[in-house]
Design a protein around this ligand. Structure first.
Ligand code: MG
Ligand code: MG
Length: 267
């Protein structure tokens, strides 16, 4: 895949705006998470996220994006749906589903982008393991978001983490620079070779987003032009944070609050 989009290094003032966009985005995702119950529609989830964005006079960059224009502010992708599911009034959640929710927030011209996957009620052992592995892969990637590493180190860390558990990473959809636009350089695939790619520099802001499939790396797009599903119908999961490279620890912008952790990461 060709990826020539520009890399924009963010100033501390720009990072502060992105941090606030990320906090609001986390609040929108939290408002969705508490609704993950049987019988709730995926359109209900979209409305909950939009209510939070409206409260802060923000909007989602997803709405109207692409061709055909994406019709909602979040994507909701259930079970074999990997990413880009369209919220609908007649699509209800069921006990045992795993639901990926992706949301973006634009504040003062800067974008934050984050996603999580969570279960509805009791989920299978396989589903629980998939969620743990996919979120673990995101953390493995974040740990490499430091000066001295390259984008290939981040990609390789994500791929190794996932494949060590026997799962698969998508080839067609990738992490990406984010900030002034939803998609900037550098592109950060979920697979790669250590020591290759772009050198990480302070002020880079990248949305890392492991997209993991149980049975195959192959995907297809449904007739709606958006929903990406595993080619074999196997379960999938997706976690994403917008992360800034600093002169020290990686700074995760899409969390509700910052706190020092035992790992030394600031989140
Ligand atoms: Mg996203
Ligand atoms: Mg993204």
């Amino acid at each position: 895949m060709k990826w020539a989009r520009q890399i924009h290094l963010k100033s501390p003032a720009e990072l502060a705006i992105m941090r606030e966009a990320g906090r609001i985005n986390a609040e929108a995702l939290a408002a969705v998470r508490v609704l993950l119950k049987p019988g709730v529609s995926t359109a209900d989830l979209n409305e909950a996220a939009e209510a939070v964005l409206r409260k802060y006079n923000c909007y989602s960059p997803f709405k109207g994006y692409g061709h055909p224009p994406f019709p909602a502010s979040i994507t909701v992708s259930i079970n074999a749906e990997l990413v880009h599911g369209i919220p609908k009034k007649n699509r209800k959640l069921h006990e045992g589903d795993i639901v990926s929710v992706d949301c973006g927030t634009v504040l003062d011209g800067f974008v934050a982008d984050s996603a999580f996957t969570a279960g509805v009620g009791e989920i299978s052992e396989e589903a629980r393991r998939l969620l743990e592995v996919t979120e673990g892969a995101l953390w493995a990637g974040i740990e490499k978001m430091r000066v001295g590493y390259r984008t290939g180190d981040v990609s390789a860390a994500i791929q190794k983490y996932v494949e060590d558990f026997g799962y698969h990473v998508t080839r067609e959809y990738t992490g990406h620079g984010v900030g002034r636009q939803m998609h900037e350089g550098p592109q950060v695939p979920n697979y790669g070779k250590p020591g290759t790619g772009i050198r990480l520099r302070p002020g880079m802001t990248i949305a890392l987003e492991p997209m993991v499939l149980v049975g195959t790396h192959e995907t297809r797009v449904l007739a709606d032009g958006w929903t990406v599903v595993s080619a074999d119908g196997s379960l999938t999961a997706h976690f994403e944070h917008t992360v800034a490279v600093t002169s020290g620890d990686p700074l995760i912008l899409t969390v509700p609050y910052f706190a020092e952790t035992s790992t030394g990461l600031v989140q």
